[in-house]
Every structure is written in structure tokens, then in C-alpha cells.
Design a protein around this ligand. Structure first.
Ligand SMILES: Cc1cc2nc3c(=O)[nH]c(=O)nc-3n(C[C@H](O)[C@H](O)[C@H](O)COP(=O)(O)OP(=O)(O)OC[C@H]3O[C@@H](n4cnc5c(N)ncnc54)[C@H](O)[C@@H]3O)c2cc1C
Length: 368
């Protein structure tokens, strides 16, 4: 049987970031990915925004890893000359009642360590972005956008250069604990033995965790699929800053905001609704919701926006429930030492990926 030192399940941005880091320390790292290439799911279907960390409750992993991960990501993008833009973001209040929410975000963000936050008057916002309807806005200077595909390509490249093996078309179908590690079975019956297994399986992380013997329901690890769609427009181009409404009070999403890409193209999204099955098709019935939401802050006709793409959030928070943090655990207390679970890695997972990889490195117990 093949033996390795670390086996990572999933080659989304998180699995690749972990592979990049651990391949510097261990000689024999393997990543098993069921798809034919990296980032075929959530890591390629998102807003590509590098978040600042203003939204998340203090001392949560989401807050800490986002703030730390943002600095690490900017440094990585610069070092490897990957296309990105530190464009900054405006959270706009379109009604007087929303202004206190901006103040709360400023206070929360500052406590989380986000620098440079400022409330701007209507006039100041117009100087920055004249098209938007607003009473006031929170200015978040550290937010940016990046070329996520190139980040993943680079992480994959560095990991392989360091000797890691990224095995595509390799679905993990079974995991068995032994006295000194785990035997992981692939779809074709091939087995690999590893003392360290890292579950970075995104939308399927609860199922992978169940394979080793951690029932999702019992441990509150069940993932709920929450879809987010985008609509695009050619009416406006070259808007300089990201513009977000105040966040949804249920905490399910950050609200339908503008998404700008590095070519200056504009889209709107994501919305948020729970689905039972994986599928990236768009539901036309939400077109009206998009139009109404965007019209709150920008003049646009119903027919000036059309369907773009969608992604699915791996949410621990179910419908009607409150905030849930990332789960990133060495499951030794459940009887599975050095089986490291990453569950519910929704936004800000892209932003946090490099900080997550460092956190995971520190969780690995060298002497179990
Ligand atoms: C609509 C939307 C917008 C978002 N916007 C942002 C944003 O602007 N900024 C931000 O920071 N974050 C954002 N996110 C969150 C971010 O995209 C995710 O947190 C991140 O991509 C998660 O990466 P991952 O590697 O954990 O998961 P994934 O990219 O889903 O990777 C998991 C991988 O595991 C593989 N896998 C699963 N099961 C198995 C198995 N049994 N065997 C082998 N392989 C397996 C899958 O094929 C997949 O490739 C957004 C998410 C969504 C849905």
C-alpha cells in the first residue's frame, strides 16, 4: 500500500493553500481531487473579493482568519505578480434607518483589527462614485479583487514543485482509522495510508467527515447548500469601487452587491436561497428580486440585467438559524487524532485561505 505523510481531500483554494504550505515541511503530501482539475466548485463561483473582516463577530475564526489572511494574500499576490486590485469598498446606506448599521460595522470592524474605516457623507460618496444613490457610506479601503484562478494555479504549481502530488479524477470513497493513522480508499479501490488526513472537501466536507466515523447530525456538521446567483449588465463599466448594500439582517448573505472584475465588467449578486441539490443553473424567478435590490442604489431597468453565473455556499447555518463560524478542528477529542476537518468554509474562505493553511499546520500534532 502507498504510504504518505499527509493526505488532503479537495483541490479548491483551501486544499491547495494547505498543500502549498505543508509541502514545504513534509516530503510526501498528496491531494486527492474528484474533478479533472482544481477549483471546479465554490472556489471558481464567487465574487473574487478579498474581504476586510468588518462583518464577523469578534474572536471568531472568520474574523481572525479573514483579517490575517487578507494581509497574507496581498503579499502573495505581489510576490507572484498575480493580477489584483486594491479598489476599496463602499457599504451604502440608502435610507436614514440604515446609517446606524454603518456605525455598527465600523465599530465591529475596528475591533476586529480592520484599519482605515471611515463613515463618508453623501457628498463624499458622490465624489468617489457619482452614480450611486446613498445617504452615507462606510469606506473600507483594504478590500480588493483578485484573479482567483491564477492564485489556485500558482498554489498548485508551488505545491508540485515542492514535491506534492495533486491527483485529479481521484474521488475519496472511504476512510478507515488504524492504530497509527488512516487508510483512505479512492473510487477505483486504490488505497493510501497516511497519519494525517485533511478534509477540505467544501460542499461535501460533512460527507467526507462521516466516512471516518463522525456523524454530521450528531456534531452539528451538516452542510446546507445555499445558492448565490449573479446577473450582469453592460450599462455601466469601469466603476472604480465595490459597492455593497447594508448586510442582510439574517446574516445569510452580504446583500446583492456589485461585483467588478479585473476587466472592469460589472455584475450584481449574489442572492441567497437554500437548495436541496447541487446544480448551477439559474432560477429566472429571482430576476425581479435582483432588479428591486439593485434599484435601491443604482438606476437600472429590468431588461438591462441578465443571467450570469452562480455558486453554492457550504453553510453550517440552516434557514432561520444564527451565525455559524468555520469549523477547523483536529478531531482527536472525537477519537480521530490528526484527522483535520474543515467544515462550513463559506465566505470569507477565499480571503482566508493562506491564514487557514497556517492554522491547519499548527493543528497537526507531531507527537500524538
Ligand atoms: C456565491 C459565493 C460568493 C462568494 N464570494 C466570496 C468572496 O467574495 N470572498 C471570499 O473570501 N469568499 C467568497 N466565497 C466563499 C469562497 O468561495 C469559499 O469559501 C472557498 O472557495 C472555499 O474553498 P474550498 O477549497 O474550501 O472549497 P471548494 O472550492 O468547493 O473545493 C472543495 C473541493 O473538494 C473536492 N471534493 C469534494 N469531495 C471530494 C471527495 N470525496 N474526494 C475528492 N475530492 C473531493 C471538490 O470537488 C472540490 O474541488 C463565496 C462563495 C460563494 C458560493
Amino acid at each position: 500500500m502507498e504510504e504518505v505523510e499527509v493526505l488532503i481531500i479537495g483541490a479548491g483554494i483551501v486544499g491547495l493553500a494547505i498543500a502549498e504550505r505543508l509541502s514545504q515541511k513534509y516530503d510526501c503530501v498528496i491531494v486527492a481531487e474528484k474533478e479533472p482539475s482544481f477549483g471546479r466548485h465554490t472556489s471558481s463561483r464567487n465574487s473574487e473579493v478579498m474581504h476586510s473582516g468588518i462583518y464577523y463577530p469578534q474572536d471568531t475564526l472568520k474574523a481572525k482568519l479573514c483579517v490575517k489572511g487578507l494581509d497574507m494574500l496581498y503579499a502573495f499576490l505581489k510576490e507572484h505578480e498575480i493580477d489584483h486590485k486594491n479598489c476599496g469598498k463602499l457599504v451604502v446606506a440608502t435610507k436614514d434607518e440604515e446609517i446606524p448599521i454603518l456605525e455598527e460595522l465600523l465599530e465591529n470592524g475596528t475591533k476586529n483589527g480592520v484599519r482605515g474605516l471611515k463613515i463618508l457623507s453623501e457628498e463624499k460618496v458622490r465624489e468617489l462614485e457619482p452614480l450611486f444613490k446613498t445617504k452615507s457610506a462606510l469606506w473600507v479601503p483594504s478590500t480588493g479583487i483578485m484573479d482567483t484562478h491564477s492564485v489556485m494555479k500558482k498554489l498548485d504549481f508551488i505545491a508540485e514543485e515542492n514535491g506534492a502530488m495533486i491527483s485529479y479524477n481521484t474521488e475519496v470513497v472511504g476512510i478507515k482509522k488504524t492504530d497509527d493513522g488512516y487508510i483512505v480508499t479512492f473510487y477505483d479501490g486504490f488505497k493510501v495510508k497516511s497519519p494525517v488526513v485533511i478534509n477540505a472537501a467544501g460542499l461535501w466536507a460533512d460527507k467526507v467527515s462521516e466516512m471516518v466515523g463522525i456523524p454530521a447530525e450528531e456534531h452539528n456538521y451538516t452542510i446546507h447548500f445555499c445558492k448565490g446567483e449573479y446577473y450582469k449588465t453592460t450599462k455601466y463599466k469601469n466603476i472604480e469601487h465595490l459597492v455593497y448594500p447594508v448586510p442582510d439582517p439574517t446574516g445569510i448573505s452580504l446583500g446583492i452587491h456589485i461585483r467588478i472584475n479585473l476587466n472592469g465588467e460589472l455584475s450584481f449578486g449574489p442572492n441567497a436561497y437554500y437548495v436541496d441539490e447541487l446544480g448551477y443553473g439559474m432560477d429566472e424567478t429571482y430576476h425581479r428580486q435582483f432588479h428591486e435590490s439593485v434599484s435601491e442604489y443604482l438606476d437600472i431597468e429590468f431588461d438591462e440585467m441578465w443571467q450570469d453565473d452562480s455558486g453554492i455556499r457550504p453553510k453550517l447555518q440552516n434557514k432561520g438559524e444564527g451565525f455559524r463560524d468555520f469549523v477547523i478542528e483536529n478531531e482527536k477529542e472525537k477519537g480521530f487524532p490528526n484527522f483535520i476537518n474543515l467544515i462550513g468554509i463559506e465566505s470569507p474562505g477565499l480571503t482566508s485561505c493562506l491564514a487557514i493553511s497556517k492554522y491547519v499546520e499548527n493543528l497537526i500534532d507531531e507527537e500524538k
